[in-house]
Design a protein around this ligand. Structure first.
Ligand SMILES: [Zn+2]
Length: 555
């Protein structure tokens, strides 16, 4: 018995040390799409940033070096026209909208490391222009005449196939018939290579249904794409390098954000400044940071995962990889595609009056409650629905009566038990230890496969197990060691639950830790743990636990 235990412990130590060494150097670069700065943020984007945030926080917990990027796409004719309608300057307009998106990220406790704006001339334009030049040098950009349809509302070229009764199906308006000189990108050249990358799994598209969807599109053959527009029709965007009469169309402008934020192309600014007149050159602070951020490109690229909506799959899984191949840059490792959120079963629209405002929901029910709903009730990678009726049901059942109630119960029990629960308590190996190891395994497995809703289901099942345990053991009626054991098991389970929910509901997690570890030093020691340490059963010391404010107010 004793021997077995020792070998087991030794094996654990070896395993943990190995994991630590392996995870020490892991970098994890995660991005959301950049939101189109044409209107205030909607709940779909709130879900996307919450998904990305949960993954970023999970990877930080594992000890990875995480870089998490979000941002706004601020160029294009539609934006200029909206600003004109509102009678404000275009820059002023995008500043305002971009600030709203940044406020949303702050409000939702999103832990992004950077926020890129495509109107950022220093950081973004230099990168977009450098990438364009690389594609041109590779012989993949050519000038040609475009003749066809263009919908201003979509900001997209449409083909005959896209039209319904001669109209754009999204805007119910006939598109403009245009004929103009544009630059084109040789996307067709990369069809087979992209197909190969996706089929081999080197570029992973999740979920599977989206992978099949894009493979079918690619098998149908990719056509070259229009890569610029004449400046007289599009004058709010990045100028095409070496041709003042043309402005970049969305592809080379928007998709480049994923590398511009890392400082791709900024070394050129540095070099330009250095090659300028000696006396005009100063090592300006922004150049020092650009030197720093070029390092970020070397360190973090390629992206470990791009999180995007299903409507922009083709751009990210076909055009973007082709651009990167042409520039001889590495491809992202994964693209995770989420679905759309309906409101009460219907598409959200102003005219139906069913648009859900994420700020309003967060303000009314708490940020964590909104995060929980978006991550648990909307299936990761699928479509889902938001309704206030459903929201309140979930809130009551899972948060107020579920996690909130268990926390209050366990802390009240521990408080009246007035034991000092510490590592010196030698309790027998409990079933909880075995159960919770299984929970952690599923936890990691589902998170690594981007099934965030399943991860939350697993945690809540375990919360149910704890509730049943309380009902079965009735610790308030127990005495002595048995009572200590039961209460300790519950405290320890609650501590591990606080770690499990941390990527999803950082505030609730903090609140639990503050109640479990009232002593600041002791809490710091706990918070400094990495995931491998946090998972170990029975290593925490609970002194003077305190039942604090409710995690979730009852409705
Ligand atoms: Zn349209």
């Amino acid at each position: 018995m004793i021997c077995n235990f020792k070998f087991g412990a030794l094996f654990d130590v070896l395993k943990i040390t190995k994991l630590k060494i392996l995870s020490f150097m892991n970098k994890f670069y995660i991005t959301t799409s950049i939101a189109y700065a044409n209107a205030a943020p909607h709940i779909g984007f709130a879900m996307e940033v919450c998904q990305a945030d949960a993954l970023a926080r999970y990877h930080r917990m594992k000890g990875d070096d995480v870089f998490f990027l979000s941002g706004t796409d601020e160029n294009g004719i539609k934006i200029k026209k909206t600003a004109e309608e509102k009678k404000i300057g275009t820059q002023e307009f995008v500043d305002e909208i971009s600030a709203k998106f940044q406020l949303l990220l702050n409000t939702l406790n999103v832990s992004n490391n950077d926020f890129i704006r495509t109107t950022d001339k220093n950081k973004h334009w230099t990168a977009a222009q450098k990438l364009w030049q690389k594609l041109a040098e590779a012989g993949d950009i050519y000038k040609s005449e475009y003749e066809g349809y263009y919908c201003v509302g979509c900001e997209a070229y449409l083909t005959e196939k896209d039209l319904v009764n001669g109209e754009c199906p999204n805007h119910r308006k006939p598109p403009e018939k245009i004929r103009e000189e544009n630059y084109f990108f040789k996307l067709s050249k990369y069809s087979d290579k992209i197909k190969d990358e996706i089929e081999s799994g080197r570029l992973e598209i999740l979920p599977e249904s989206r992978r099949n969807e894009i493979l079918n599109i690619i098998k149908g053959g990719l056509k070259d794409v229009s890569f610029s527009r004449p400046k007289n029709v599009l004058d709010w965007g990045v100028p095409v390098p070496g041709d003042n009469s043309q402005t970049m169309y969305v592809w080379c402008d928007a998709l480049t954000n994923y590398i511009s934020a890392l400082g791709y192309g900024e070394s050129e600014v540095h070099a330009l400044a250095r090659n300028g007149k000696e006396d005009s050159y100063r090592l300006k602070p922004e150049l020092q940071t650009s030197k720093q951020s070029t390092k970020n490109f070397q360190k973090y690229w390629p992206a470990d995962v791009h999180i995007i909506g299903k409507d922009i799959l083709r751009f990210h899984a076909a055009i973007w990889p082709a651009m990167l191949m042409s520039a001889e840059l590495s491809l992202p490792k994964k693209i995770f595609v989420h679905g759309f959120i309906t409101s009460g079963g219907q598409k959200m629209s102003k005219s139906l009056g069913n648009v859900v405002d994420p700020f309003e929901v967060a303000d009314k029910y708490s940020v964590d409650a909104l995060r929980y709903y978006l991550l648990k009730e909307i299936p990761s990678g699928g479509d889902g629905d938001f309704s206030f009726g459903r929201f309140e049901k979930v809130y009551q059942a899972d948060l107020a009566n579920g996690l909130g109630n268990l926390t209050a119960r366990v802390l009240a029990l521990a408080k009246i038990s007035t034991f000092h629960f510490s590592i010196s308590n030698h309790f027998p190996v409990s079933n909880f230890q075995t159960t919770i190891n299984g929970v952690w395994e599923k936890y990691e497995d589902t998170l690594n496969n981007f099934k965030l809703n399943e991860t939350l289901n697993i945690i809540w099942k375990f919360i149910g197990v704890c509730d049943e345990y309380v009902e079965k053991e009735k610790p308030w009626g127990l005495e002595g060691d048995r009572k200590r054991e039961v209460v300790f098991n519950l405290l320890e389970s609650l501590r591990q639950i606080a770690w499990m929910i941390r990527p999803f509901m950082p505030e609730a997690s903090d609140k639990i830790f503050k109640q479990l570890f009232t002593d600041e030093e002791n809490r710091k020691k706990e918070m400094n743990k990495n995931l491998d340490e946090a998972r170990q059963w029975g290593k925490a010391e609970f002194i003077n636990v305190k039942k604090g404010e409710s995690l979730f107010m009852r409705l």
